[in-house]
Design a protein around this ligand. Structure first.
Ligand code: ATP
Ligand code: LTN
Length: 326
C-alpha cells in the first residue's frame, strides 16, 4: 500500500479553510493509502509563539483532526517534537543543501520580509519539512499549492543523497488538489482564509460558536450587483460563499449556482450559515468529548511509538552511510 504523509502547523487556530482545503483531503485518502498525519509543532516555532497557547493548541489540533473525521484506526497520528529523529535528520540534510536552492523558497522570502531579525529556523524550515517526509518513505504528500516548492526541494535533496551515498530515500510526490476548495477570507475575499491572519472577522474558526459563525457569514463582504453567480474575479465574495456551500454539501458548482439562482444575497448567506453551523456543531460535539477522554493520550502514545521506531531505522541507516559515530 502506498503511503501518504501530511501535517498542519499549529501556528493558529484551525479554520474552515484548514478543514475544506487540508484536513478533508486526508480524510478522502485514508481508505486508499497508509496514512500518516502529524502536528509540525517544531515548524510553528520558526515564528514567535506563546508557550502555553502553543501547547494547548497542539492537543486541540489533534482532537480536531479526529473530530473532523481523521480515523485513528486508519491513520498514524503523532506530534513532530515527540520524535527526536526529525531534527537530527534535518541537520544532516542541511549539510547537504545549498544556500542557493534554500534561498529560492518563496515562503521564506514572504515570511522573512516581516522580520527585522530573521530567525535562521525560518530559512531552514523546508529542510526540516524534507526530513519529516523522508524519514517515513512517504510516496505522496497532500498539501496546498504553497507547499509544492518545499516538496520539490525535498525530492532534490533525496535524489542528491541517494546519488552520493546509495539508495536511501524515496522521492515523494506532492499531491495538490486539482479543484481543491480554496476558501477565502470573508472580509477580504481575494485573500486566502488563513489561520495566522490578524483579523478574526473574516475567518471561521472550527471552534467558533453558532452565534459567531452566523454573524461572520451574514457580514461577509459581497458586491453591489445582487445577482448570484460564480465568478471569482468579478464576484469574489459570493463565489467564496458558493464554494463553501459546494464543499460542505459535496455538490458541483453548477448544481449550487442553479440552486441559488433566484436567491437574494441575504437568504443565500443564511443557508450557507446553516450548513456551516450544522457541520461545525457536529465536529465540536465530538471534539469536546475527545478532550475529556483519555483516548487522545492512547492515540498519541501509539503514534509516537510507531513513528520513533520507523524513524530510528531510517536515521541509523543514514548515519552509518555518512560515517557518523563509532
Ligand atoms: P498560515 O496562516 O500559518 O500560513 P494556513 O492557514 O495558510 O497557515 P497551513 O497550515 O499552511 O494553513 O495549511 C495547511 C493545509 O491547509 C495546506 O494544505 C493549505 O493549502 C490548506 N489550507 C489552509 N487554509 C486554506 C484555505 N483557506 N483554503 C484552502 N486550503 C487551505
Ligand atoms: N509546511 C507545511 C506543514 C508541514 C508539512 C510537513 C506538510 C511541515 N512538515 C511535511 C507536509 C509534510 C505547511 O505549512 N502546511
Amino acid at each position: 500500500m502506498k503511503r501518504i504523509l501530511t501535517g498542519l502547523q499549529p501556528s493558529g487556530e484551525l479554520t474552515l479553510g484548514s478543514l475544506l482545503g487540508g484536513i478533508n483531503q486526508s480524510i478522502r485518502y485514508q481508505d486508499e493509502f497508509e496514512s500518516f498525519i502529524f502536528v509540525p509543532d517544531m515548524h510553528a516555532i520558526t515564528v514567535p509563539q506563546d508557550p502555553k497557547i502553543l501547547r494547548d493548541r497542539i492537543k486541540k489540533n489533534v482532537a480536531l483532526y479526529i473530530a473532523c473525521g481523521i480515523d485513528p484506526k486508519k491513520n498514524i497520528i503523532y506530534i513532530q517534537s515527540e520524535n527526536l529523529y526529525h531534527a537530527n535528520l534535518s541537520w544532516i540534510l542541511e549539510c547537504n543543501t545549498y544556500m542557493g536552492e534554500a534561498s529560492r523558497m518563496t515562503q521564506f522570502k514572504d515570511k522573512s520580509s516581516k522580520f527585522q531579525n530573521v530567525p535562521v529556523g525560518l530559512f531552514t524550515y523546508p529542510i526540516l519539512m524534507a526530513s519529516d517526509i523522508l524519514l517515513y518513505d512517504a510516496d505522496y504528500v497532500p498539501t496546498g499549492m504553497d507547499q509544492k516548492q518545499h516538496v520539490e526541494l525535498c525530492r532534490d535533496l533525496a535524489g542528491r543523497f541517494n546519488k552520493k551515498y546509495g539508495d536511501t530515500f524515496k522521492l515523494p510526490v506532492p499531491m495538490i488538489p486539482k479543484m481543491g476548495a480554496k476558501i477565502m477570507d470573508l472580509q477580504e475575499p481575494t485573500k486566502k482564509m488563513s489561520k495566522s491572519s490578524p483579523n478574526p472577522k473574516g475567518i471561521i474558526y472550527l471552534l467558533d460558536d453558532e452565534k459567531t459563525i452566523r454573524k461572520k457569514i451574514m457580514a461577509a463582504v459581497t458586491d453591489s450587483d445582487a445577482r448570484v453567480d460564480y465568478d471569482p474575479d468579478k464576484k469574489p465574495g459570493i463565489s467564496n460563499l458558493l464554494t463553501i456551500y459546494a464543499s460542505l454539501k459535496e455538490l458541483s458548482m453548477e448544481e449550487v449556482v442553479s440552486y441559488f439562482k433566484d436567491y437574494n444575497y441575504g437568504s443565500l448567506k443564511k443557508e450557507v450559515a446553516d450548513v456551516v453551523v450544522e457541520k461545525l456543531m457536529g465536529i465540536q460535539e465530538k471534539y469536546y468529548e475527545l478532550m475529556q477522554s483519555d483516548e487522545m493520550e492512547q492515540i498519541l502514545n501509539h503514534g509516537a511509538e510507531v513513528t520513533n521506531e520507523i524513524a530510528r531505522k531510517k536515521y541509523e541507516d543514514v548515519r552509518r552511510k555518512i560515517g557518523l559515530g563509532r
